[in-house]
Design a protein around this ligand. Structure first.
Ligand code: ADP
Ligand code: ZN
Length: 295
C-alpha cells in the first residue's frame, strides 16, 4: 500500500494527514510554534503513521512562499511577518528527512486544487478560491492547472474603489493601506467597527460594505480570469447572509456585461461556500502529494 502525507501549514496551526484518498485520510492538528519544533513534529507524525509506505508528501503553506523550482529558495516560506519563520526551508526539510517527493504550494492554491478535485468545483475546469479571514488570499485553477505565474497570485492586495466619503476608514494593510485585505479582512472589520467581525449583527451596515468590497474584487477576477465558479471560504464568510449580499453586488457590478448563464441567472450556484468545509486545506495537500508522486 502506498500512503500519502498531507501537510496544511498554517500560521496558527499545522494539520497533518496520512492516507490513500480523502475517504481514509486520518488527520491530527497541533499549534504552530518555532519552525524547528513544528516541522519536526510533522516529520515524526509522517514517520510513525506511514513508515516505509510513504510515497510522497504534499504541503500547502502560509506565505508568501517561493514556488520557482529554479530558485535557491524554492520551497521556502519567505518574507512572512510571522516571527522566526522568515526564509524557512519547509519543503526541503521535509524532503531531506523523509526522502520522498514533496509537492509544495500556497495554502489557498492547495484549497483551490482540493475543491476542484473533490469539492464545490469538481464539475468545472476553471475556478477561483478566495479566503476571507485574518487575511485575504486567492488561488485559481484555469483549464485544470493551478495558476502560478512569477510566484503566486496575491489576490488579497488588489485595489478596489474606496469612497472615502462613505467609508473614511483608511485601511490597515502595512504595504498598501486600503487594498482589499486592508479594507475587508477580519482584522480590518474589527479596526473599523471596534468589535470583532463575528459579533457584528446581520443588519449592521458593516455587511453591506463588506459585500460591496468583496464583489468589486470578484468582478475584477471574473474579468481577468473568467472562472467557471467562485468559492468563498474563511472565517468572515461564516456570516449568514453575506453570500447573498455578495451575489447581488457582483450582479450589479458586472451589470449584464458577461452574457453567461452562470452570472446572469445562476449566481447562487456561481458564488458558493467550500464543498469540503475546513478540510479543503489538508485535502489540497493530499492532492499535491498525489501529483508529486506521479511527477
Ligand atoms: P485564518 O484566516 O487565520 O486562517 P479564519 O479563516 O478563521 O482564520 O478567519 C478569522 C477571521 O474571521 C477573524 O478576523 C474573525 O473575526 C472572523 N470570523 C470568524 N468567525 C466569524 C463569523 N461567524 N462571522 C464573521 N467573521 C468571523
Ligand atoms: Zn495590501
Amino acid at each position: 500500500m502506498r500512503l500519502f502525507g498531507a501537510l496544511e501549514a498554517g500560521g496558527t496551526k499545522f494539520v497533518c494527514g496520512v492516507g490513500t484518498s480523502p475517504e481514509d485520510l486520518k488527520t491530527v492538528r497541533f499549534p504552530t510554534r518555532s519552525p524547528d519544533e513544528t516541522i519536526d513534529e510533522a516529520i515524526c507524525y509522517f514517520r510513525e503513521e506511514a513508515g516505509d509506505a510513504l510515497a510522497a508528501v504534499g504541503i500547502g503553506a502560509f506565505g508568501p512562499v517561493d514556488l520557482d523550482p529554479a530558485s535557491a529558495h524554492y520551497g521556502h516560506i519567505t518574507s512572512t511577518p510571522k516571527a522566526g519563520w522568515q526564509y524557512t526551508d519547509l519543503a526541503g526539510r521535509v524532503r531531506n528527512a523523509l526522502q520522498v517527493p514533496v509537492g509544495f504550494d500556497t495554502d489557498v492554491n492547495a484549497a483551490a486544487l482540493a475543491e476542484t478535485c473533490w469539492g464545490a468545483a469538481r464539475d468545472v475546469s476553471s475556478a477561483l478560491y478566495l479566503t476571507v479571514g485574518t487575511g485575504i488570499g486567492g488561488g485559481a485553477i484555469l483549464n485544470g492547472a493551478l495558476l502560478h505565474g512569477m510566484m503566486h497570485p496575491e489576490m488579497g492586495h488588489v485595489r478596489v474603489p474606496h469612497d472615502l466619503a462613505a467609508d473614511p476608514f483608511p485601511g490597515i494593510c502595512p504595504f498598501h493601506g486600503d487594498c482589499l485585505e486592508g479594507l475587508a479582512a477580519g482584522p480590518a472589520m474589527q479596526a473599523r467597527w471596534g468589535q470583532p467581525a463575528a459579533t457584528l449583527p446581520p443588519d449592521h451596515p458593516a455587511w453591506a460594505l463588506e459585500a460591496r468590497y468583496i464583489a468589486l474584487a470578484l468582478a475584477g477576477f471574473v474579468f481577468t480570469l473568467s472562472p467557471g465558479r467562485i468559492i468563498l471560504g474563511g472565517g468572515v464568510m461564516q456570516q449568514a447572509g453575506l453570500f447573498d449580499r455578495i451575489r447581488g453586488e457582483l450582479s450589479s457590478v458586472l451589470n449584464g456585461y458577461i452574457r453567461m448563464p452562470q452570472v446572469l441567472t445562476e449566481m447562487d450556484r456561481y458564488v458558493v461556500p467550500p464543498g469540503l468545509g475546513d478540510r479543503a486545506g489538508v485535502l489540497g495537500a493530499l492532492a499535491l502529494a498525489e501529483r508529486a508522486a506521479k511527477s
